[in-house]
Design a protein around this ligand. Sequence first.
Ligand code: PMP
Length: 315
Amino acid sequence: MTQGPSYAYFQGKIVPIEEAKVSVMTHALNYGTGAFGGIRAYWNDQAEELYIFRPVDHFRRLLSSGKMLLMNLPYTPEALRAILIELLRKENYHTDVYIRPLIYKSSPRIGVRLHDLEDDFTMFAQPFGSYIANEEGSRVTFSSWRRIDDNSIPARGKITGAYANSAFIKTDAMLSGYDEALVLNQDGHIAEGSAENFFIVRDGVVITPPISANILEGITRRTVMELIANELQLPIQEREIDRTEVFLADEAFFCGTGVQVVAISEVDHRMIGAGTIGPVVSELRRLYFDVVRGKIARYCHWNQPVYRDVIEPAT
Ligand code: PMP
């Protein structure tokens, strides 16, 4: 099996990965003035097809981050999808992959600012498995770091420089022996994990922080909310969650493109529920993996086939 990536989309065309290189003077490398995405594509053995999960929604969010960063990019979400299909076909992947699109201030210039700089887009894709080792029972701690605030760096954008915050959070949790961390926002309520959204289940109600809680507006978050409402028929509340409320939850989980849906079995030495994966998260995981792999017809509008479709030319 190929380990990839062999290619990248770089400076307007697909090139061998070795040729996709930037200068040390690149503005985004110096100041974190870029934004990225994380998309998965799933191989379906039966259909012999690779399905990209919700690519247009991901590219729309990427371009929204670009808007916040005063970027002028000559792409529509649909054009970026066409480039992605072309890239995946060129790689000829027949396995699950993770896709990394990146928009960045490409000018080789000193000077902290967003304006009067050139912008560029690049993308690569590589085979990818799990992001968290214990998917059915992760051990989590509350981070001593706080989530970046909308008035510092917007958490609703996937801004490269802001991920230094996530890196502090993740590394301190892992070096202390945990799988992940929960992060409080400046108000002291739960925002999310280092790179995933967060939900609890309490007395049959599924609860998640609102998009005004300094979270990323996750596409998986939206996906699982739809699945919970339509398929599990459980009520969902978007509201602030206190730190100690987590200890009293019956179930808790993280979700995101990378983590997918991961059960939380323990937070700071308190068991969540019975300390094993609960019925809601169990069922949600089963559903989610069927949906992303293109196995459920009523959600196949989320699954973009790579090999079957005629590609619209990129504009
Ligand atoms: N929060 C943060 C901080 C993230 O980096 C991610 C991963 N993109 C998520 C949540 C989950 O977002 P999505 O479901 O769109 O991948």
